[in-house]
Design a protein around this ligand. Structure first.
Ligand SMILES: Cc1ncc(COP(=O)(O)O)c(C=O)c1O
Length: 392
């Protein structure tokens, strides 16, 4: 088969993770590998572990795995739970479904609170189930902060409040894989027991690292948890981490990148980072409205700042639109996942991302809609531009 001709210009990677890696981070990674048991490494390890505490807003330990986010999901479950334990999860989208599948495969018994994939999990619904659970059969509440498949947020602080009101002792586990670094996240203030994250989204790194921030309550649960574990075991990890080392080979060069990420985030300021993401999300929604299209999220308070999932009109294919945009304009958009496959596409606006990149992205989508013959009104990119210019 002959290769399609090269498309000139930098590729636009506008999927909601992996995201664009800043050149400074790429350069930091591009170094000779060092001995992970040698004298130089300890300081690198300690710097990374301390930097992560700042990003997770925690004084508790953060564990780093050389794994993708799925590994950190598994680590959270196997470190705290025993076979047959009941966990409460919310079916907010595709990633919640995958986490639920994993829990079942591990021998847990999830209760799966349903949603229509167009909003976050309902804290009141979670509260109702917890109130009924007088024997405290439910050992953990597991929620996805930012459902990357739908662009809907579950409000962690509200879930925490409802758990406190019910005086329910379950652990709170939060998947912050596509929210951390893009949206406000407070592991300690929200009393989250395990926060799960990955390197390749708001943290602006290549895939390959994932994280568990671990509360003291989760550490206490670890002592009696009976699910088998070895690679993911927290105590073995934390013992070595005390001096900056790891029980097995860490992702050494990604850790060089992580040091640079922490510097970049401090230079911009966390509040500025969150405001930038919120502003880009608002500009994107204005574009979608002006096109006359619908966002997948239809609860105004639950819109994600990290991505926007856009529904295509009945009878049209989101995947065909994405293919045309890739071939014609050299831009990758996120595919619809699970029950919204081909019904929606996702615009990632998280990570290392500025106004002009957003305008390039939205222009590419608008041109693509036209080329693909998807019914829409012109002027979405203009609406975004008006907002950004008036809101610099
Ligand atoms: C919210 C969420 N959870 C979990 C995952 C799975 O992470 P990974 O693909 O890094 O294993 C993803 C990946 O996109 C995600 O967005």
């Amino acid at each position: 088969m002959s290769q399609p001709p090269r498309v000139a210009g930098r590729h636009f990677l506008q999927i909601p993770g992996p995201t664009n890696v800043p050149d400074r981070v790429l350069r930091a990674i591009d170094r000779p590998v060092i001995d992970h048991r040698g004298p130089e490494f300890g300081e690198l390890g300690r710097t990374c572990l301390a930097g992560l505490q700042e990003i997770f807003q925690t004084r508790e330990p953060v564990v780093i795995y050389p794994a993708s986010g799925t590994g950190a999901w598994e680590a959270a479950l196997v470190n705290t739970l025993s076979p047959g334990d009941t966990v409460l999860m919310a079916r907010t989208g595709w990633f919640a479904v995958l986490w639920n599948d994993m829990a079942r495969k591990l021998g847990l018994e999830p209760i799966f609170l349903d949603t229509d994939w167009r909003r976050g999990a309902d804290p009141a619904g979670i509260g109702a189930i917890l109130r009924d659970d007088r024997s405290h059969r439910i050992k953990a509440v597991c929620i996805v902060h930012n459902e990357t498949s739908t662009g809907c947020v579950t409000h962690v602080d509200q879930v925490r409040r409802v758990m406190d009101e019910c005086r329910h002792p379950a652990l709170l586990m939060v998947d912050a894989i596509s929210s951390l670094g893009a949206m406000e996240y407070r592991h300690d203030d929200w009393s989250v027991d395990v926060t799960i994250c990955g390197s390749q989204k708001g943290l602006m790194m290549p895939p390959g690292l994932s994280f568990n921030a671990v509360s003291q309550k989760a550490m206490a649960a670890n002592k009696t948890a009976k699910l088998p574990r070895n690679y993911w075991d927290w105590p073995a990890m934390l013992e070595m981490n005390a001096t900056g080392y790891f029980p097995y080979t860490p992702g050494i060069n990604l850790l060089f990148g992580l040091v640079e990420v922490v510097k970049l985030m401090r230079e911009e300021g966390f509040d500025n980072i969150f405001a930038r993401h919120a502003r880009h999300a608002e500009a994107t929604r204005r574009a979608v409205r002006a096109w006359g299209l619908e966002t997948q999220c239809d609860e105004p308070l639950d819109h994600s700042a990290a991505l926007t999932a856009v529904r295509v009109p009945e009878g049209h294919s989101a995947d065909k639109l994405r293919r045309i945009i890739l071939e014609r304009f050299n831009m990758s958009l996120g595919t619809g996942l699970g029950q919204i496959q081909d019904r929606a596409f996702r615009i990632g606006h998280l990570g290392d991302f500025g106004d002009l990149q957003l305008m390039g992205t939205l222009s590419g989508v608008e041109m693509g809609l036209r080329v693909a013959g998807v019914p829409h009104r012109a002027g979405g990119a203009q609406a975004a531009m008006d907002y950004l210019a008036g809101n610099a």
